[in-house]
Ligand binder design. Structure first.
Ligand code: NDP
Ligand code: BG6
Length: 512
């Protein structure tokens, strides 16, 4: 295994970690899964790293009846489950900042109670404080919550947004293009665009962000980064888990809406977009949108031939029996919801003309593994004993998103000895080994950016619309022509349906 040493440049850009100004963080859906598994641990971690504001409070809101103490106990359990380091004093101080109000999301009186509670939080805040509202709620509740907040004046900002009021929206943003447009219309009647933060947590992942740095901070990749030298690109987000307790949501979403409309297309845009002039929200978002708009529109033929949908049947994952999708909780026995999607698409611009892009994602696959693999074209002429250059192995650059975050580059070299014998080897580094830390959770970075008002890693309205424009025709085709888009069954623990392998084989490729 080659050894890589990281020499960290002290002058390297914006390394300085900033602490946000004081704010109240009000979380809707505070009794839910996302808050427990992700948000509370991320907020605590920021606190332990001294990156929370000097003055802040966390006010949970949901229908479930809970006292402040019960909410704190739940938060404590969330930290234990997230394996936060044992630092009892820091945990106690953090928990003392957590409060809770229960009420119905549509009831104006509940918002009055929320307002009163916020005012009594013992953080020396007046009504002038900054407020971050986080909607960790099923999306159908987003419009009502924003309406109530706006009616109570809670989203009103001061002059020049001081104090500020920001609202964070969890995905999905709408159910299709029309509902996304409608949601936007509703939100923009009550909020200024600068107050809206649309989260795609993949953009907060360290390794997803580092795609841009790898591309644009190293001169050696960019000249090769086009149809001239790249043969194909593969993006895989494989999960070994099933739908778990989220059957109710997943049944009406499916893999295409759950993973492609957001995470997969955002990763694709980072890998293939043009260099932004600056690493600032406006510039980065514009390039991402431009790329999504360049994706070749689907035709009836490509909808039929270039997209595979599948659903898991019973099988074995990590040596344990797994039930099929139909036998999961809250799933209809005859459900036709897809839990796997594989697709081939093209980008119609000068850089990417003719390069196939393969993407796949699914639940209950063989293992949890997400990566972007860029396979370069072969050398034009073989001198080293191969019958033709087509026999030569290709160079492959793999950006490993998770787990084992890192980068692998396959190159070819001479094997030691008297013969001209070639060997392929991998130059690789793992973040954890080189930097000595596990990359922080995506939510940590995104929550910090919301408080700092940095929108670079958030989605723009146009970005969401561009993504729906790609996904909508597929959903419509599946609805209108189920006979032309069969739902393939695959065994839990496999790599998805055979049809997904065949999709690549037809073009002379295979999944990595
Ligand atoms: P949950 O299903 O856990 O819902 C959160 C809370 O919302 C619940 O605790 C419940 O609180 C309330 N709630 C749920 N359903 C309803 C309903 N029909 N009517 C009124 N209130 C309801 O969701 P998650 O925490 O999993 O997700 C929240 C948001 O984050 C969703 O938009 C999801 O898509 C998104 N997300 C979640 C991820 C995850 O890993 N969980 C990952 C990425 C995004 P109460 O009954 O107490 O009011
Ligand atoms: C969420 C999806 O957005 O992303 C889930 O709703 C999926 O279905 C999850 O499991 C994957 O995120 P991660 O960070 O675990 O790869």
């Amino acid at each position: 295994m080659p050894n890589v040493e990281a020499t960290l440049s002290p002058t390297s850009g914006s390394c300085e970690e900033r602490r946000p100004d004081g704010c109240g963080i009000i979380i809707f859906g505070a009794s839910g899964d996302l808050v427990y598994r992700k948000l509370l641990p991320a907020l605590y971690h920021l606190y332990a790293r001294n990156l929370m504001p000097e003055k802040f409070y966390i006010l949970g809101f949901a229908r479930t009846d809970m006292t402040d103490d019960a909410f704190r106990e739940r938060a404590r359990e969330a930290l234990v489950d997230a394996h936060e380091p044992d630092a009892p004093e820091t945990v106690t101080k953090f928990l003392s900042k957590c409060m809770y109000v229960s009420g119905d999301y549509k009831d104006p009186a509940a918002y009055k109670r929320l307002q009163t509670k916020a005012a009594t939080c013992d953080c020396d805040f007046s009504e002038k404080e900054n407020k971050l509202f986080y909607l960790a709620l099923p999306p159908q509740l987003h419009p009502s919550v924003v309406s109530r907040l706006s009616e109570c004046g809670l989203t009103a900002e001061g002059e020049n947004a001081s104090p500020w009021a920001r609202v964070v929206f969890e995905k999905p943003f709408g159910h299709d293009l029309n509902s996304a447009l409608e949601l936007d219309k509703h939100l923009s009647s009550m909020l200024d665009p600068s107050q809206i933060f649309r989260i795609d947590h993949y953009l907060g992942k360290e390794t997803v962000q580092s795609i841009l740095m790898l591309r644009f901070a190293n001169i050696m990749f960019e000249p090769l980064w086009s149809q001239r030298y790249i043969d194909n690109i593969q993006i895989t987000v494989a999960e070994s888990v099933g739908v778990e307790h989220r059957g109710g949501y997943y049944e009406s979403a499916g893999c295409l809406r759950d993973m492609f409309q957001n995470h997969m297309l955002q990763m694709l845009s980072l890998v293939t977009m043009e260099p932004p002039t600056r690493f600032e929200a406006e510039f980065v978002q514009a390039e991402r949108v431009k790329l999504l708009r360049a994706i070749r529109p689907w035709s009836e033929r490509t909808l039929k031939d270039n997209i595979v949908r599948g659903q898991y049947a019973a099988g074995t994952v990590h040596n344990e029996k797994a039930v099929g999708y139909h036998d999961e909780a809250n799933i209809a026995k005859d459900s036709a919801t897809e839990t796997f999607v594989g697709m081939k698409l093209y980008i119609d611009n000068w850089r990417w003309q003719g390069v196939p892009i393969y993407m796949r994602s699914g639940k209950r696959l063989h293992m949890r593994e997400s990566e972007v693999a860029v396979t370069f074209k072969r050398v034009p002429h073989s001198m080293f004993g191969f019958a033709s250059q087509h026999e030569m192995p290709a160079n492959i650059l793999v950006m490993k998103i998770q787990p084992n975050e890192g980068v692998d580059l396959t190159i070819h070299t001479k094997q030691p000895g008297p013969k001209t014998c070639m060997a392929s080897l991998s130059l690789s580094f793992k973040y954890e080994e080189v930097f000595g830390i596990t990359p922080p959770d995506a939510y940590e970075r995104l929550l910090l950016d919301c408080m700092l008002g940095d929108r670079t890693l958030f989605l723009s309205r146009k970005g969401v619309e561009a993504a729906w424009t790609i996904v909508d025709p597929i959903l419509n085709f599946w609805r209108d022509h189920p006979d032309k888009a069969p739902l393939h069954s695959y065994e839990a623990g496999s790599w998805g349906p055979q049809a997904s392998d065949d999709l690549l084989l037809r073009s002379g490729h295979q999944w990595r």
